[in-house]
Design a protein around this ligand. Structure first.
Ligand code: PRX
Length: 567
């Protein structure tokens, strides 16, 4: 049993003011995530506690106490402020998982600017679309990624500063490029943290849409209230824990629970930028004596594949609590982890838009392997009928997940896209766009997405983006992109194409198309397979029926095609 009591106990007396009181936040007052994650922990006497333990490639390592975290984030904040960065300006963080990414994120928030993390593996097109949409004023990056920015810089007059944290002094800087070496900068002991309020913008994360460009999901400083309490209750982080979140801060898990939640709790967390292998991950847990581990189903399935024997080579006895997010966590994975680690993975469900965990299993709750758990206390939920949007009362029937939009971390909008944002709300409910059923005990059983977005290894891929890239190839007449099943990644991207007259469906052409789109897409969005077809199934209005192709791939019933044709 958990030291916190049961789900029902927690739910019965629940109010978000629990978090407000613990954080000593007065409604209407100042709330700055950067300050909460650093200065406040020091003021409470934990300045000497380890905040971040980092290891990179080539045996590089660094660690920061909370006081060092406070000063480093001040130093970055002051540097940006001196450049003229204003509150609400977007500052992009485009780095591998190096300390400057974590410190920079908090430094940006401390001066009231908006942190825009982007996955460092993005190619120039993916990067451009997101910087252009956000009209980003500064980007903090590493020299290994500067080449991608140089290719698109001429199209971005608004991007005034390219800050390189590891600039090689022997190399020339180009226009707008500025070096910043944190270790050489004069430490800024005192910084006037910008007095952001609950609704001040904080983080802008980009997520894939089905039909258009990626959407900028806008969060505010008040999200801290949910992020703090879910970190405490769901991830169960306690005073002496060593926490490891395997997610990259280019994605929301890596910020909400890889930066904000754990640091606001004054936890010690470790980060490694070495890459995945079962051996490497187990060695890391053993070395750091990780106690709380937050990971994702694809990684867990890869660890299952690596087998049981390798687990015994390492001392993993420090582990105390395991949690997972991002994709469906199969029942087998939960049962397997119970058997090999002696601990089950606790599934958690949420999205970039929800900002914090909204459905989960936490200590003190009975785990039903294969279920995402129950709505977090303070999150009112229902399952709505797919057509009428009326709440479904009978247990077990699949419908749309619906949440009352009143928990602190829910997004406040899609950047410059109020129409798409408005579509996420129906009859006073926020619709995440996923299907599920609820059983008699209030447990959610995930049943799939309600749109065509592909979730491959936990990364959302827009079929539209891949199709658009394919259509730019001179041989491609039409394309349709869907998910196909995969043992480890759950889903992978598959493309169907029809060819223009005069082109032959050869292997060489497939390779040529693959090479062509690789330059346009991030590696995560690349199709595993291209299938040539004579024609694509379409509605009478000419819309391609991805659902039919997807059903074929999954060996599912195609259903009533006549209704689909009238879509
Ligand atoms: O479809 C759901 C799936 O991932 C989507 C959110 O993706 P993203 O915004 O990238 O955020 C991922 C990390 C918070 C959801 O709409 N998803 C997330 N968690 C689960 C899940 N699907 C099944 N089970 C989960 N636990």
């Amino acid at each position: 049993m958990s030291h916190f009591g049961s789900y029902d106990d927690r739910a019965a007396n629940f109010s978000w003011s629990i978090a407000e009181k613990e954080l000593e936040y007065t409604p209407g007052g100042v709330i700055n995530i950067g300050w909460y994650c650093t200065d406040r922990i020091c003021e409470n006497g934990s300045g000497d506690k380890k905040a971040l333990i980092w290891e990179g490639t080539g045996a590089q390592s660094k660690s920061y106490t909370y006081n060092e975290l406070r000063v480093a984030t001040n130093t970055i904040g002051a540097f940006l402020r001196n450049l003229g960065i204003q509150p609400e300006d977007r500052v992009c963080l485009f780095m591998d998982r190096i300390p400057e990414l974590y410190l920079g994120f908090l430094g940006v928030l401390k001066i009231g600017a908006v942190a825009q993390p982007l996955f460092s593996a993005f190619g120039e097109e993916s990067l451009f679309v997101r910087l252009d949409d956000a009209r980003t004023r500064a980007i903090i990056t590493q020299r290994k990624h500067v080449g991608k920015i140089r290719k698109i810089i001429d199209q971005m007059p608004y991007l005034e500063f390219i800050i390189i944290v590891d600039h090689d002094r022997k190399k020339e800087l180009r226009e707008r490029e500025i070096p910043f070496w944190l270790d050489d900068a004069r430490p800024v002991e005192m910084l006037d943290v910008h007095p952001t309020k609950a609704e001040s913008p904080s983080v802008l994360h980009y997520t894939s849409g089905t039909t258009g460009r990626p959407k900028g999901v806008q969060h505010v400083h008040y999200s801290l209230i949910s992020q703090y309490l879910t970190t405490k209750w769901v991830l169960d982080i306690q005073e002496n824990d060593i926490y490891w979140c395997t997610a990259d801060p280019g994605w929301v898990t890596g910020t909400s629970y890889g930066i904000i939640g754990p640091f606001a709790m004054g936890a010690t967390q470790c980060v490694q930028d070495i890459g995945f292998s079962a051996e490497n991950w187990y060695r890391w847990i053993e070395k750091q004596k990780v106690t709380v581990w937050y990971s994702a189903p694809t990684a867990i399935r890869s660890l299952m594949k690596a087998g049981d024997a390798i687990v015994k080579k390492f001392d993993l006895s420090s582990l105390r609590h395991l949690a997972s997010v991002g994709e469906p966590l199969n029942a087998e994975a939960v049962i397997w982890s119970q058997r090999v680690y002696g601990l089950p993975f606790h599934d958690t469900y949420w999205q970039t838009e929800t900002g914090s965990i909204v459905i989960s299993n936490f200590p003190g709750m009975k785990i039903k392997p294969g279920s995402m758990g129950r709505a977090f206390p303070g999150v009112t939920s229902a399952i709505l009928d797919l057509k009428s949007y009326e709440p479904i009362t009978e247990p077990g029937r699949v419908g749309l997940i619906a949440l009352r939009p009143d928990w602190p971390a829910l997004m406040r909008g899609y950047w410059k896209n109020p129409e798409t944002y408005a579509k996420k709300f129906v009859n006073g409910w926020y619709l995440p766009g996923d299907r599920s059923s609820i059983d008699k005990e209030g447990y959610f059983w995930f049943a799939g997405r309600d749109d065509d977005i592909i979730n491959t290894a936990g990364h959302l891929v827009s079929p539209f983006e891949v199709e658009s890239a394919l259509l730019e190839h001179p041989a491609v007449a039409e394309s349709a992109v869907v998910a196909k099943p995969d043992d480890v990644n759950m889903e992978v991207v598959k493309a169907f194409v029809t060819l223009k007259p005069g082109f032959e469906p050869t292997d060489d052409l497939e390779l040529d198309i693959m090479n062509f789109i690789r330059k346009k897409l991030s590696s995560l969005a690349m199709p595993q397979e291209i299938e040539y077809v004579e024609s694509l199934p379409k509605t009478r209005s000419g819309k391609i029926m991805r659902r039919l192709l997807r059903a074929q791939e999954w060996g599912e019933e195609i259903g009533d095609v006549s209704t689909l044709e009238n879509d």
